[in-house]
Design a protein around this ligand. Structure first.
Ligand SMILES: [Zn+2]
Length: 385
């Protein structure tokens, strides 16, 4: 048992972080019960063991800054910490006065320490490289995405590549003296080392995937004025593909999330096609709708006009066409019904409004609407310890 640390040694934020999380969990629970919260029902907060959770602490007060060398951050109690990456991007913003640090979160993940800053950022008003351009994006498993421009974005399948190595590491972990609280056995040092190597391997896969997704969504929103994606849980997700789709599901949601805020950052627009929109079943040439199209059919062949093209490209083209309809229909309601859609679809508030210069209030210009409720930009920097 390690010795207990005194109050004086710890930052008060260490305790506050836990209390704050508890307060928010309780609020979510009570809001959920009252029906004031969207989404799935939230349960009563459970005990959080320090053995199973990611160690994290959020600093909300005190001195938080980046040193002039841009290689060190200063945090309350912890003092100066050397960074693995340069913090120049954030430092430039801080110097120019376009960003203000609200809080800093320190977290240990995959054997590394990370510090992320929540900032209030004044963003410059930007416009996409081709404001009039519309691109349909068909997300998939075989390819990460097929665009209506005909481009296929490869799915790098990092997990599959790393699977062999991970299996080997996992075997090594299980062969060690593992901890077992029932018989009061602590894990061996070899176990701790093996465990760390395995979690590093997992963290690497996460990092690679995140990097790829960010590059993809940034490129898309910087270039095109309008990006069209399908809603999640699209009708095309069939039972027999459940597993494969399930794995990719998380990424689909992440792509959508990133496109939503990045299209606003870049002055573009994101349009979401309703989940009953038959983007796969519709012919992009003549608009005829097939009643049946199995996932095994990789090529779309139209029985009406004889058009034959890649299934995903066909879907992407339909999505792009949809955006054109929405735009032409601007004066009236924003109908997101695909041609021949027989189900009512609604705009789900995904259309990011282009912000014109001078329309934002002072101090709020071009800031980012949040996932959580405050204006925030997160910057991730890792420190080597
Ligand atoms: Zn056709």
């Amino acid at each position: 048992m390690r010795s207990h640390r005194g109050w004086a040694e710890c930052s008060k934020e260490a305790f506050n972080t836990g209390l704050d999380a508890l307060a928010r969990a309780l609020k979510n629970w009570s809001d959920s019960r009252k029906g004031a919260r969207k989404g799935r029902a939230v349960g009563f907060p459970r005990f959080k063991s320090r053995r199973r959770s990611t160690p994290t602490v959020r600093f909300t007060t005190g001195v938080m800054r980046i040193e002039a060398d841009r290689r060190h951050v200063v945090l309350p109690r912890l003092g100066a910490l050397r960074l693995h990456e340069s913090a120049r991007k954030l430092a430039r913003r801080l110097e120019a006065g376009t960003a203000r640090i609200m809080s800093a979160t320190v977290r240990r993940e995959g054997g590394r320490w990370f510090v992320s800053f929540t900032c209030e950022v004044e963003r410059a008003v930007r416009a996409p490289a081709r404001p009039g351009s519309m691109v349909g994006v068909d997300l998939g498993v075989k390819h990460l995405a097929v665009l209506s421009t005909g481009e296929r974005v490869a799915n790098p399948r990092h997990l599959v590549v790393a699977a062999r190595r991970m299996r080997r590491l996992a075997r090594a972990v299980s062969r060690c003296v593992t901890p077992d609280r029932r018989v009061r056995r602590v894990g061996s040092n070899r176990w701790a080392r093996a465990q760390q190597e395995l979690s590093r391997a997992h963290a690497r896969v996460v990092g690679l995937r995140r990097d790829g997704l960010h590059q993809f969504t940034t490129r898309l929103t910087r270039e095109h004025g309008t990006v069209v994606v399908e809603d999640l849980n699209v009708a095309g997700m069939l039972r027999n593909r459940r597993l494969a789709r399930h794995v990719a599901d998380a990424s689909f949601a992440e792509v959508r999330r990133q496109l939503t805020y990045k299209s606003e950052w870049n002055g573009g627009r994101l349009v979401t096609a309703g989940r009953w929109c038959p983007s796969s079943k519709t012919c992009s040439g003549c608009g005829a709708v097939k009643t049946k199209l199995t996932l095994a059919e990789r090529t779309y062949t139209c029985t009406a006009c004889g058009l034959s093209l890649d299934r995903d490209l066909n879907a992407a083209l339909n999505l792009a066409a949809l955006a054109r309809e929405v735009t032409d229909d601007r004066s009236g309601r924003e109908s997101l019904n695909g041609r021949g859609a027989d189900q009512k679809t609604r705009s789900r508030g995904q259309v990011a409004v282009k912000r014109l210069p001078g329309t934002a209030r002072a101090g709020q210009a071009g800031t980012v609407p949040p996932q959580g409720g405050t204006t925030a930009q997160r910057s991730l920097l890792s420190t080597r310890r």
